[in-house]
Write a protein that binds this ligand. Sequence first.
Ligand SMILES: *Cc1c(COP(=O)(O)O)cnc(C)c1O
Length: 354
Amino acid sequence: MSRFFNSGLQSLEPYTPGEQPKTVGRLIKLNTNENPYGPSPKAVSALRNADADHLMLYPDPDGTDLTKAIAEECGVRPEQIMLGNGSDEILAFLFMGFGDEIWFPKTSYGFYPVFSDVFRCDAHTVPLEDDLSIDLGKYMDAKGTIVIPDPNAPTGRALSPDAIEELVRAKSDCLVVVDEAYVDFGAETCAPLIDKYDNVMIIRTLSKSRGLAGLRVGWCMGCEDIIADMKRLKFSFNPYNVDRIALAVAEAAVKDKEYFEEIRQKIIGTRERFTEQLTEMGFSVLPSKTNFVFAQTGRMPGAELFRKLRERNIIVRYFDKDPIKNYIRITIGKDEDMDAFIENTKEIFEEAGK
Ligand SMILES: *Cc1c(COP(=O)(O)O)cnc(C)c1O
């Protein structure tokens, strides 16, 4: 650390991204919940035809065309949307502007506590239940902002929109934020709530279900006052947060419903088959509504299995934290990736005599 760094930030622990190897080569990368099928061919051709002649000009700070496409897709009005450079940036604005007091699950997305440190929020973390589910009843004493990832990561478990609506109604003095990064893999969106309540925000991303983690586009939805506040923050920080190329590619991706349906159904199918195979091998697998599964087995500690898979060029995610120390999180890849996972894990157990 240099001697110039702000004293208030000296204990800052940054977010640790999952390993992003420089050469993917023969690696099977199942660690950061990317989509193995990649973006829509229409998004790829939008990229190829991108308007290089106008790159000297700043992009549309409101991303009007993309916002309109998202509004249509989600059944909301453009005034109820703000775009972000990935949903991580949306979360940053949230913690920056609505984080005086902020509540979220203790076992959840690793970026929440980092944002809360960097923006010096008063964070309250709520432990999960024994089955690693979220009990919304535990948020009844909350003040300020409540962030609920639904489905949750890294557990994969989803809540019902009715339960979330109940929370929104009961906690009308709080802003309830639903991080729906994984909602397209079988859960139900809470987007319709934004027309009924002025205390709810939904956060979405193109990174998972649309196969565009590399493009960095996310958005939030809420009543017009909340979106206006989010825009005040954005226009006080980085008005041109989504670049010209990203706006064009994202718009093409959002409009390609057919491809979107096809790949998300494929991933859901692979997940169900893979879950069955894991269960047959003696894993207990949490019910997942995401593009990953969270599993543990008495046959081998999670940390050891993680290491042995890595030696075989299969990367999954391991969190050395209670109460999830024995679990590994496995992203759903293509069928052949999951078959390779199963084969290698069988061999690992065999070699270890487990
Ligand atoms: C992946 C993820 C995000 C961030 O997605 P980006 O749009 O790529 O920044 C946000 N929340 C959760 C729970 C995630 O898993």
